[in-house]
Design a binder for this molecule. Sequence first.
Ligand code: COA
Length: 202
Amino acid sequence: MLTDGPVLLRPYRRSDAVAWSQVRRANREWLAPWESSVPGDWDEVNSPATFRWVYRDQRRSARTGEGMPFAVCLHSDGVEQLVGHINVGNIVRRAFCSGYVGYWVDRQVAGRGVIPTALALAVDHAFGPGGLHRIEVNIRPENQPSRRVVEKLGFREEAYHARYMHIDGAWRDHIGYALTSEEIAAEGGLLARWHRLRARTP
Ligand SMILES: CC(C)(COP(=O)(O)OP(=O)(O)OC[C@H]1O[C@@H](n2cnc3c(N)ncnc32)[C@H](O)[C@@H]1OP(=O)(O)O)[C@@H](O)C(=O)NCCC(=O)NCCS
């Protein structure tokens, strides 16, 4: 479990099925423009029954070392609410030691710094116990909120990927952002950097 203030990252549980389905179904318009195209109806692919497959897939990727998936939760007064998702995926070891991060958060809690905090926690975990050296985040140019997340944290903009990924029904361009462990080591990690940056914001 990784935590900072009210933000908590933990492995998914089988019992998350209903909460996961509710938040996904309620956020269709919010999430669909930015997510990989999936065949089928939104409510169906985000049903509690589908979560069983999502859960199994995430457990498998965590076990094989291909991914580091986390439920993003907010907790206060002993109550925990599942509000989003973050995953370090497509992990390649050996001479790469790299992974790609994807994330989303419930529209109801957007704009409170939940995902920058989650990303900082996930990156520190990936560079520390996870043994990775490089993290990439690829974002559609139109996705200003997501670009703000990585730009606030100081990811480097380093690539433009034309027709990179099939999102919301078409091949979409993406901007590539990246960070390597050396870039944040002297600052004590990405969470420490995020705390310092937040403290400076009026
Ligand atoms: C991108 C996303 C994960 C950001 O998460 P977050 O926890 O809201 O991040 P932040 O609180 O740092 O807000 C980021 C930016 O969103 C914008 N924002 C703030 N409140 C907002 C709201 N209620 N609605 C829309 N955008 C908002 C602001 O530009 C903010 O930047 P700022 O801090 O410079 O003002 C979230 O908007 C989301 O889930 N979007 C839909 C899915 C998605 O885009 N996933 C990423 C694909 S690459």
